[in-house]
Design a protein around this ligand. Structure first.
Ligand SMILES: Nc1ncnc2c1ncn2[C@@H]1O[C@H](COP(=O)(O)OP(=O)(O)O)[C@@H](O)[C@H]1O
Ligand SMILES: [Mg+2]
Length: 280
C-alpha cells in the first residue's frame, strides 16, 4: 500500500459546508484509480490533499506508513513522490524552450544540472515528445504536445504516484487515446500508481482498475468499473452516467434482444452480442 487516506474532512474557510467529508481509501502499487463525480463534488480538492497542498481539518494521510502531516515530516519529500498534474497544465509552461521547462522540477528538487537534464530527457522520451521539439518554445506546440510536455515536467521528478486532473480534457480523440495509453504504459513499466480525475465514463471503463465516485465530498462507491457501472440508475440520479456502450446494450435489451446489459467496454459488448447469436 503506497498511500492511505484516513478519514479526512475539509472545509474551505469561506464555506460553511464541508467539501470533503470523512473520506478514507488507499492507493495500491501499479493501479489506475479514477475519480468521477459531478462538478463541485470535491475531486480537485481531494487530490490537492493527496500531495499535501491542502491540509485536512481532521484525519490524515499516510505515505509508506508515515503520517505526512506530522510536524517532523517534510512535505517536500511527499511532493516529489506524489506528482500532481493540474487541469490544463499547459498554462503552467513558462520557460523559453521545452527542455528547460521539463528540467525545472528536478532542478528545484535540488538535482545537479546534469542529473536534471538526464531526468528531463527520459521524461520527454517517455511521453513521446520527439527530440526535434526539445528546443522550441512550448508556445509553438500543439495542444496535445503542450499537455505532454507539462506531464513530462512532473514525470521528470520520478513520482511513484501520478495524479492528473482531467488530463484528456480538450484533446482530440487521437490525442486522448495516446495520452491514456501512455498512462497505462507508465503504470506497467514504471509500476506507477495513477490517479485520474475523469469525466469520460468510456475511458474509466476501458482503463481503470478501480473507480471512486464522489458525491458531496463523500465516497458513494469505490470498486471495479464493472461493479460501479452496474449502478446505472443511482449514477444517473447523481448526474453521472454509464459508458456509451452500456446505453447501447440497454437499448438493444429494450428492443427485445436478450443481451447482458452489464457491458461497459466494446470488447464486453462484442462478446455479449456474439453470444446472442450462439457464437460466444
Ligand atoms: N479555493 C476555494 N475556496 C473556496 N471554496 C472552494 C475552493 N475550491 C473549491 N471550492 C468549493 O469546494 C467544492 C468542491 O470543489 P472542487 O474540489 O473544485 O470540486 P470538483 O473538482 O469535483 O469540481 C465546491 O463547492 C467549490 O465551490
Ligand atoms: Mg475539479
Amino acid at each position: 500500500m503506497r498511500m492511505i487516506v484516513d478519514h479526512i474532512s475539509y472545509t474551505y474557510k469561506e464555506n460553511k459546508k464541508p467539501t470533503i467529508q470523512d473520506v478514507s481509501f488507499e492507493i495500491k502499487e501499479k493501479e489506475i484509480l479514477t475519480i468521477i463525480g459531478q462538478t463541485g463534488s470535491g475531486k480537485s480538492t481531494l487530490i490537492q490533499q493527496m500531495n499535501g497542498l491542502l491540509r485536512p481539518d481532521t484525519g490524515t494521510i499516510y505515505y509508506h506508513g508515515k503520517d505526512v502531516f506530522d510536524k517532523d515530516y517534510h512535505l517536500r519529500d511527499l511532493r516529489s513522490k506524489v506528482g500532481l498534474v493540474f487541469q490544463y497544465p499547459e498554462y503552467q509552461l513558462f520557460e523559453s524552450d521545452v527542455f528547460s521547462d521539463v528540467c525545472f522540477g528536478p532542478k528545484n528538487q535540488g538535482m545537479s544540472k546534469k542529473q536534471a537534464e538526464l531526468k528531463a530527457f527520459a521524461a520527454l522520451r517517455m511521453v513521446g515528445v520527439p527530440e526535434e521539439l526539445f528546443y522550441v518554445s512550448p508556445f509553438e506546440l500543439s495542444g496535445g504536445q503542450k499537455r505532454r510536455v507539462a506531464i513530462a515536467g512532473v514525470l521528470a521528478m520520478e513520482p511513484e504516484i501520478l495524479i492528473l486532473d482531467e488530463p484528456a480534457a480538450g484533446l482530440d480523440p487521437q490525442g486522448r487515446k495516446e495520452l491514456l495509453s501512455m498512462l497505462v504504459k507508465l503504470k506497467e513499466e514504471k509500476n506507477m500508481s495513477i490517479v485520474l480525475v475523469s469525466h469520460s465514463m468510456d475511458d474509466v471503463a476501458e482503463y481503470a482498475e478501480r473507480v471512486m465516485v464522489l458525491r458531496d465530498g463523500k465516497i458513494a462507491y469505490l470498486d471495479t468499473p464493472k461493479n460501479v457501472f452496474s449502478h446505472k440508475e443511482e449514477l444517473e440520479a447523481m448526474g453521472l452516467s454509464v459508458p456509451q456502450i452500456t446505453h447501447l446494450m440497454y437499448s438493444v435489451r429494450a428492443a427485445g434482444g436478450m443481451v447482458d446489459v452489464n457491458c461497459h467496454t466494446i470488447a464486453e459488448a462484442k462478446e455479449a452480442i456474439l453470444k446472442l447469436y450462439g457464437r460466444g
